[in-house]
Every structure is written in C-alpha cells, then in structure tokens.
Design a protein around this ligand. Structure first.
Ligand code: GLN
Length: 232
C-alpha cells in the first residue's frame, strides 16, 4: 500500500551518536540501523527526508516543539512518552545495562554501586531507571549530553559505571572499548519511530507500511546484519 506524503520534505530528528543505530563513519557520514531504515522507508514510500542528528534529548524537544516531523533515535516506547508521541510498530527489542571498566572487579551488583558515581545520558530510559533507584542503592548520578562524553567518562575514571542500552554497550565493546557488563540487563524496551501526538499521521503510516515491506523482503534483516553480527 502506498500513502501520499503531505509535505515536500519531512524533518527527522535523531541522536548525535548512538552506534550502531546512528553514528559517523570514517567518511564523516551518518550511517546506522536507524539511518538505513528511515532512508529505505522514504525510498519505498516515495517521501523526502532531511535528517538532523542533534542528540537524543534535543531530538525529543524538537519533536515536542514541532521543529521536527519525526524522530528515530533508538527511542524506547514508554507509557510516559505515549502521552506526548505516537509510535510506529516497534522495530527493535532492546534493554538497558550497567557497564564498568573491564578491569573493575568491585562492581558485581547494583548494591556495589553504593557511594559510586554512575554516568548516564540525559533524557534517556537509563536516566529514569537510575533516578528511580538511586536512594535504594546509594550512588550519585552524573549526566552527559552525548555518548562520546559518557563513554570517555568511564574510560578516564570520572565515573565508576555508566548505564546505556545494551546493544550500544555491546557495539562499543565490539569496537574495542574496554568495558564489562557484570550486572544482568533490564529487559523490555522496544524501539520505535515517533511523531508528535496527532501530527504527521501519514508519515507514521508510511513508516509502518515500509517496515512491513522491509520485513517481508528481507531488507530489514539485511540492515540489522550490516551493523550487528549475531542479530542481537
Ligand atoms: N532507548 C533509550 C531511550 O529511549 C536511549 C535512546 C538514546 O540514547 N538514543 O531513552
């Protein structure tokens, strides 16, 4: 099924660094699962997009303020977000997890985070989780705007641990970051494309149609396999 676009171009907001979903390659171009899915959706359904890689919390704000028509940024569907946004069919199953430096042998459970500093990216599911559990476990939270600052902080010891989506931690380890994940991840959490509630409904439908098509054609699996070795 083909839906007719109502705008000449749709502005799509995204994160600035969230590999393997969106990140700059050696040629300084943005690539990743989100980028490829969105570009392919636009191609299949015949609409034009302009990507803005402005950072996760900036993208959420841009969507709220209607400076962006849609958002794809490894964004987890939550009940809280559903009050403000309409989500597409989910396209990836995720979850959040604590990571520490590979040689850190002190942290094996949430209890071991007592008195420690935990870094996190602002406005994320991980930030909400850490905030909700900070009195229980007695750590302090350090917030960062972007992933490069967050991963640098744990590397140089500015924080004892970080919390982020597990496929993103996994990808960074596969790229040589010396991290370990001693605590079992929090499950649940599906990524979806989002529009502001009640707005750009044709864009949402076009994404959903294209996603169905990409799943049937094998294009979806091909995109995932380009960036994640075992599909997880
Ligand atoms: N999945 C997480 C969230 O929705 C993090 C997304 C991100 O950092 N780009 O909050």
């Amino acid at each position: 099924k083909k839906i007719t676009p109502l705008k000449d171009q749709y502005i799509i907001a995204s994160d600035s660094a969230f590999a393997p979903f969106e990140f700059k390659n050696e040629d300084n171009e943005y690539v990743g699962i989100d980028v490829d899915l969105m570009k392919k959706a636009a191609e299949l359904q015949g609409f034009n997009i302009d990507f803005n890689f402005i950072g996760f919390s900036a993208a959420v704000q841009a969507l709220q303020g209607q400076q962006a028509d849609g958002m794809i940024a490894g964004m987890t569907v939550t009940d809280e977000r559903k009050k403000e946004f309409d989500f597409s069919t989910p396209y990836f199953e995720s979850g959040i997890q604590i990571a520490v430096k590979k040689d850190n042998k002190d942290i094996k459970s949430y209890e071991d985070l007592k008195g420690k500093k935990v870094g996190v990216k602002v406005g994320t599911e991980s930030a909400d989780f850490l905030e909700a559990n900070k009195d229980k476990y007695g750590y302090t939270i350090k917030s960062y705007d972007a992933a490069d600052q967050l991963y640098e902080a744990v590397k140089v010891g500015a924080v004892d641990a970080i919390m982020d989506d597990y496929p993103v931690i996994g990808y960074s380890i596969s790229q040589g970051q010396e991290l370990a994940t001693p605590i079992a991840r929090e499950s649940g959490g599906e990524y979806a494309f989002a529009v502001k509630k009640g707005q750009n409904q044709e864009l949402l439908q076009m994404f959903n149609e294209a996603l169905t098509q990409m799943k049937q054609s094998g294009e979806y699996d091909k995109i995932i396999a380009t960036y994640i070795a075992d599909g997880k």
